[in-house]
Design a protein around this ligand. Structure first.
Ligand SMILES: [Zn+2]
Length: 530
């Protein structure tokens, strides 16, 4: 249809009016400026220029009838000018809404002044019978009007997004909504919420630079008592959504995700299914970025990998797999760095589910000192045992066994003597039976004691070997040139498990404390590998 008609910008008038069907939360100015953007997009595409300002009629105070619309009255006068060939509106209903008298008047005026009605969807030439029919039907359209309006609205929203505006009703976490002026036009956009933005930066930093997974990031944020965007705890889904939110790089996104009506429990429910890749368009936004493109890309690359498999994860904590919280969860090493990589505070060892079990964390250096002590004490202990204690106890045990062996031998000889006396020396049977019963019982008792003594013989501990092993681990732990993985292997040769517990410190109040924390003791239960 467009091909049949060409216009010059000064041959066209533009008419803008808010109607009842527009979003009631928007002001007249907001609606008109959206519509103006749609129409100027059309003008530039079809006439290479926008309609001149003096040809634009903005109905700010509007009634339903033409008589109540001062700008409309001016416009209808203007179309009597033969130079004017068309009136541009977002849709025909902007000219009149179904009032038959008004509609008839408009049709007559446009028809006899040879003025076309131009909408982005279609151009109506009212000399043409078919177009006239269409136009009348459009004006009278009632129920379908809102659907049509939504289409227009979406066009307006897409246009707004393509201009870098943020059109969503809820700002992404890290931003607040705001309005900036672009010429005369109010543009909705985002401004950084510094408090939230620092959390966003922390999430990207932990994820990309500190190899922390989603759940760990959530636990970490909960520990710091950072309020999540919704609910009481951070959820991995929220973190994942944030890690892929392009708004943080200063972009805006137009989502093709449509509202779909589905039937659930015999009720129609509107849902917005998650969009697939490629279902959206990305434009440069008017707002400031929180995350650099490089960091954002690194997060995307990382998300693409399979997190569960972790084939190349390097051990960064020498105590990995050794220290467990009293609640049963592993204790993890946490680093606290600023986005530029410098240390914000000393690394800490912390239960993976701390916000649930409420165990106090401790500085990593504190636990290293304690492990160091454990190794040193064990070595000293082994040296003592190597010298005397244990060798002695093994000897005693051996002596006891040989004594029992001698005793059993004696009892066997005793029994043989009894048989000799009974058969060769004529011992009375009643006496032999009594003596024999007694010696057999004694033999049984000694045999049982011997069996038990042999079974409980301590397995010889090679204390020299243990001393060497613990010394290796101790030296490695204090040697900065040895990597965490090697330290971890050496420590695991010495220690089976360390169970950690500590009451959560509380902040002290009152003069002189200046908000320092109580120093609750760290309890370690150590199971050595022997
Ligand atoms: Zn715990």
């Amino acid at each position: 249809m467009y091909e049949n008609y060409t216009f010059k910008p000064d041959e066209v008038l533009e008419y803008l009016r808010k109607s009842r069907s527009d979003d009631p939360t928007l002001t007249v100015e907001e609606v008109l400026s959206k519509h103006e953007a749609i129409l100027s997009e059309w003008s530039i595409r079809n006439m290479d220029a926008a309609v001149p300002e003096e040809h634009i009629y903005r109905e700010v105070v509007s009634g339903e009838t033409i008589a109540d619309r001062p700008e409309m009255i001016k416009l209808l006068k203007m179309i009597e000018n033969p130079r004017i060939r068309g009136v541009l509106v977002v849709e025909v209903q902007r000219l009149s809404r179904g009032d038959l008298e008004d509609a008839g008047r408009i049709i007559k005026l446009f028809r006899y002044t040879n003025t076309m009605i131009i909408t982005p969807m279609k151009i109506y030439n009212l000399h043409d019978e078919y177009d006239r029919d269409m136009f009348e039907r459009e004006l009278k359209r009632g129920n379908e009007f809102l659907e049509y309006q939504k289409k227009i609205m979406n066009r307006g929203r897409l246009l707004s997004v393509s201009q870098g505006n943020y059109v969503g009703s809820v700002p992404p976490y890290g931003y607040d909504r705001t309005v900036v002026m672009d010429g005369k036009r109010k543009c909705p956009t985002l401004k950084i919420n510094e408090e939230q933005a620092s959390v966003v930066r922390m999430i990207f930093d932990l994820y990309v630079n500190h190899d922390m997974g989603r759940q760990k990031i959530c636990n970490h944020l909960d520990e710091l008592h950072i309020k999540p965007p919704k609910g009481t705890h951070w959820s991995p889904e929220t973190v994942v959504d944030m890690l892929s939110n392009v708004h943080y790089t200063g972009k805006v996104k137009w989502n093709w995700r449509k509202t779909v009506t589905v039937i659930e429990n015999q009720e129609a429910v509107k849902t917005r299914p998650k969009s697939k890749d490629g279902d959206f368009l990305i434009y440069d936004g008017k707002h400031e970025a929180i995350i650099s493109d490089e960091l954002f890309e690194a997060a995307q690359a990382k998300k693409g990998r399979n997190h569960r498999a972790k084939p190349t994860t390097k051990v960064r904590n020498p105590l990995a797999g050794l220290v467990y919280c009293s609640c049963g969860r592993a204790m993890s090493l946490r680093y606290y760095k600023r986005p530029d990589g410098t240390e914000r505070s000393a690394p800490r060892l912390m239960c993976d589910g701390q916000f649930r079990c409420n165990t106090g964390s401790c500085r990593y250096s504190e636990i290293l000192i304690r492990v160091n002590d454990i190794l040193e004490c064990s070595i000293a202990d082994f040296e003592v045992q190597l010298k005397n204690d244990d060798a002695l106890s093994t000897d005693l045990h051996k002596k006891m066994i040989s004594q029992l062996e001698v005793k059993l031998e004696d009892l066997k000889n005793k029994e043989i003597n009894q048989w000799e006396k009974y058969s060769e020396e004529g011992m009375p049977k009643e006496i032999f039976d009594k003596l024999n019963e007694k010696v057999l019982k004694e033999q049984a008792d000694v045999s049982a004691a011997l069996a038990q003594a042999r079974a409980s013989m301590p397995s010889p501990v090679d204390y020299q070997e243990r001393i060497n092993c613990f010394t290796d681990a101790l030296e490695a732990l204090n040697d900065d040139s040895i990597d965490a993985e090697k330290k971890n292997i050496l420590l695991k040769n010495c220690i089976d498990r360390i169970t950690y517990s500590r009451e959560r410190p509380v902040r002290m109040v009152g003069a002189g404390h200046h908000g320092t924390w109580t120093d609750t003791p760290i309890n370690l239960e150590v199971k050595l590998r022997l």
